[in-house]
Every structure is written in C-alpha cells, then in structure tokens.
Design a protein around this ligand. Structure first.
Ligand SMILES: Cc1cc2nc3c(=O)[nH]c(=O)nc-3n(C[C@H](O)[C@H](O)[C@H](O)COP(=O)(O)OP(=O)(O)OC[C@H]3O[C@@H](n4cnc5c(N)ncnc54)[C@H](O)[C@@H]3O)c2cc1C
Length: 455
C-alpha cells in the first residue's frame, strides 16, 4: 500500500489510500454494492491521467474508471486496485459552429453541456434523466434517455473520440465528419464499452439547431395496459413524438412524496407523457392530432402542458422517480428492452412475475423505444431471503425479455449487476468475439475487471 502511495504520490491530483477512500467512491448510484480498492486517484489533467495509466500498467494494477458514479449496474464498484476518477477533466475545449460540434473532456457534466450548447442556440438531443452524469460516462454507457424515440442515443452524436489505452498511449478515432466508412468503426466499439477498453479522454459531439418549439402533454388512463396499448397507436400515426414515457400512479406517488409536488389528474391510474418538438404550428397540430386520437380510443384525459411551470413540475417528478425509489429502501433497477410491438405483453408479464415471486415491481420508463424500466423493491422481505428471491425474479424477467425478442439492457449497461445474466444468455461465439476485442485493447485484463465483458 505504501509503495502504491509513493508511486502515485509524484503525480498531480487527488490521492487517497486504503481506509482513506470514502465508500462513495467504491459504489454506484444504487449503493447496495460497495467494493474495495487499494488506491483512489483523481488526476488534475490529461497528462496526469496518462501517467497514472502507465503506472498502473507497469504495476499490473487493476483499474476501475469512474465518471460521476451515477450508473445503476455496479460498473464503478471495484474489486481491488485503483479507482481512477476522471471527474476533474471537465473542460469544454472547443465550440465549432461551422462544423456544428462541440469537443469536451470526459468529466463535463451533462447539465453543464446542455446549458452551454443551448446558450449558443443549439441542441444536444440525448436526454438521459440523470443530468449530473458525465459525458464520458454517457459515452461509455451509450446513454439513451427520453428523446431517443425521435433523436436516437448518445452513439448517434459522437463524431470523434480520444482514448487513453491501458498502457497510457493515446488513440484518436473518428473525425469531425458526418459520414465515416473508413475501416472498421472502432469508435462505435468504444461507445458503450463501460470502461473495459480504455479511458475516453476527449469527445467531439454533433449538435443540431435548437427546435423552435417543444411541448409535452400528459395522457391519463384507467389502467397501465390501456396506456401502453396507446404507445403503438401514437407511434403508428406519423406524429413523430420526441418522447413517450409511461408511469403508474403508485410509482408517481413515490416521486410526488419525494419532491413534495403534485402530478396532474389525481384520479387516473396510469399515464403517458408525450413530447413533440419542431416548428410552433407543427407542434400544436401534432398535439391536437394526438389528443383526438387517444381520446377517441378511450384515454381518460389529455392535458397539454402549455405552462412551462406545469411542464417542469411533471418532468421533474418523472426524472426523480429513481431517486424516489432509492429513498424508499433497498431496490434493484432493471433496464430491459423489447421490440415495440411487445411492450404491452412484457409489462403484463412483469405483473405476473411479481405475483409469482410475491415481490413489488414498479415499472416506468421510455415506452416509446421499448425500454421498460423496472424497480424491484425489497420492502419488508427478510434480508436472508432477498438475494435468492431477487435472483429468481431477475432471471424470470430476463428470460421473458429474451423470449419476446428483447435484451437485458437498453441503456444502463451490464456492469457487475447483470454480468451473470448476460453470460447465461450470450451466444458463446459472440462472447468469444467480445473477449477477443477486450484482449486487443486490454491485454493484461486490467480495466473494469468486474464488468460483464471481462472473464
Ligand atoms: C436518477 C437516474 C436516472 C438515470 N436515467 C438514465 C437514462 O434516462 N438513460 C440512461 O442511459 N441512463 C440513465 N441513468 C444511468 C446513468 O446516469 C448513466 O449510465 C450515465 O451515463 C453514467 O454516467 P456517469 O458519469 O455517472 O458514469 P459512471 O457511473 O461513473 O460510470 C459508468 C460506466 O462508464 C465508465 N466510464 C465513466 N467514464 C469513463 C471514461 N471517461 N472513459 C471510459 N469509461 C468511463 C465507468 O467505468 C463505468 O463502467 C440514470 C441514473 C440515475 C441515477
């Protein structure tokens, strides 16, 4: 331990050793898994980041890369070695208006990027609910979010990347171009690689002109099934929604209590929250067509959120649901994704699985892209029974997602939490290929050893 401290002591940055490493640096947002590390280092700049990687490589020290630590899958829970925190690399390096792009360091926080870009009159479409995540973390997890329905996910906006390899050397991938078929697309391999292939140290992101107008509406239903059935109705009506989220009243109640705010339509059981953006007239026309469509088909109420304060209230309650669930006790988040035509069936299966295992499963999420978020709550189940019960519940949910043509993760990634389930469902040939890629980038297998792609 003292040797390690001496080794890293010559670098510039924040250093903590052994017991001095606070638990918050050894966990994720969920907080139920807390790992162990010998050393924590937060380099103050890229040069010191590279030096730290060189030292770790020479000492064959396992490295767990940490951005803002908001992941929900244990991917910043180290088993040993070095926690490499890149949050101090938080500069916006270049705004290139001619090429409509911005270049940032990985530690830039999403909300800061959004306000910078919007201040210049532009728009960065990826919209994960956690605005305190870092851009490096967003790229490393290929974060999705609310606006994925219309605009896609983080990957769709990454033009170029710089990677610090495990031996400290630097690699440039991609360019400020809108098209790229120049050889194998290694940039896309890195996006979503969850810190298993290197440290993303610079990112160039594509921007769009800011839409003239954006407006949301809440659609109220008697049951979740009715609401979910309307997702495909809206998607099929050429209305081009920006976002379609779904949530049940019993889940909203947690968010309302957590923020001490009230959601509209207190009598309804379930809701869709839809957003349209574009030209002012087009947005109003689409809202009206959506209103007519869903009311004709049996929705209880359609509430346009024309007052920005009311809209902010609705979205803040929606965005706080994960925090609210966390505050209510022990929980496990699930991030399954199914084809659009299977959303209703999958949500129904979740109810049956909850009843079969006698656990509370709260569903909410990005319904418009098939990403069904579930929170499994321990409530008053005894701690001795909980791990096994949770394991059986997760296995049943993942089995069902696969049976319907879906996948384990849409946007949160694999991390420690889903590794076991991924390995159970992954085609061995695909796994071999993934391990081959891992071997090329990280021959000593030092990076995020706990993660799903590693052996
Ligand atoms: C309330 C809440 C809501 C959320 N909503 C969404 C949502 O809507 N959509 C969504 O996609 N996610 C969501 N998330 C999950 C989380 O915010 C994202 O996964 C986010 O991208 C993680 O970023 P981070 O900076 O916190 O990364 P961390 O949690 O620090 O790290 C995540 C992973 O990325 C790796 N990593 C981080 N930085 C780098 C880097 N520079 N180079 C290489 N690897 C790196 C880490 O090793 C780890 O494997 C939510 C989380 C919370 C708490």
């Amino acid at each position: 331990m003292e040797d390690l401290a001496a080794l890293f002591g010559s670098l510039q940055g924040e250093l903590r050793v052994g017991q001095k490493i606070e638990p918050k640096f050894l966990t994720d947002f969920v907080g139920s898994r807390v790992g162990q590390a010998e050393i924590y280092f937060r380099p103050m700049d890229e040069e010191n980041l590279r030096e730290a990687m060189k030292l770790a490589y020479a000492a064959k020290l396992p490295v767990t890369i940490r951005g803002a630590g908001t992941n929900l899958v244990g991917s910043t829970v180290p088993e040993r070695g070095l926690v490499l925190d890149v949050s101090a690399l938080n500069q916006i390096l270049e705004f290139d208006e001619d090429n409509l792009c911005v270049t940032v360091q990985p530690g830039v926080i999403l909300k800061d990027l959004i306000s910078f870009v919007e201040g210049k009159g532009y728009f960065y479409p990826p919209d994960p609910a956690e605005k305190n995540a870092s851009i490096g973390g967003n790229v490393a997890t290929n974060a999705g979010g609310m606006r994925a329905v219309k605009y896609g996910v983080t990957r769709d906006y990454v033009l170029a990347l710089e990677l610090i390899k495990t031996d400290g050397s630097r690699l440039q991938l991609g360019a400020k171009t809108r098209k790229d078929t120049t050889g194998l697309n290694l940039k896309n391999v890195l996006i979503g690689s969850e810190g298993t292939l290197g440290v993303i140290s610079k990112i160039t992101l594509k921007l769009l002109p800011k839409p003239e107008s954006s407006q949301s509406a809440v659609i109220a239903y008697n049951s979740l099934g009715e609401g979910i059935a309307h997702v495909n109705l809206i998607l099929g009506a050429a209305l081009e929604p920006t976002a379609i989220e779904f949530v049940e009243r019993r889940c909203l109640a947690l968010g309302e209590k957590y923020l001490n705010r009230k959601f509209p339509c207190p009598a309804a059981d379930s809701f869709l929250i839809v957003t349209f953006d574009g030209g002012k007239e087009q947005v109003q026309e689409r809202l009206e067509r959506c209103r007519q469509l869903v009311l004709e088909q049996g929705a209880m109420e359609f509430v346009p959120l024309s007052d920005p304060k009311v809209a902010e209230n609705v979205w803040s309650i929606r965005s706080a649901l994960a925090q609210a669930v966390k505050a209510s006790g022990v929980w496990e988040p699930v991030d399954t994704v199914v084809p659009l035509d299977k959303i209703a069936l999958f949500v129904q299966s979740c109810r049956e699985i909850a009843a079969r295992f006698k656990v509370r499963i709260v569903p909410f999420g990005h319904a418009g892209d098939g990403n069904v978020h579930l929170c499994i709550l321990k409530d008053d189940i005894e701690m001795e029974r909980w791990p096994v019960l949770l394991d059986h519940t997760l296995e049943a949910l993942y089995e069902q997602a696969y049976a319907l043509g879906g996948l384990i993760s849409a946007e949160h990634g694999i991390g420690k939490a889903k590794r076991k389930y991924l390995l159970r469902h992954l085609d061995p040939q695909v796994r071999e290929l993934m391990l081959g890629v891992k071997q090329v980038f990280d021959p000593l297998n030092l990076l995020n050893q706990h993660d799903g792609y590693t052996l």
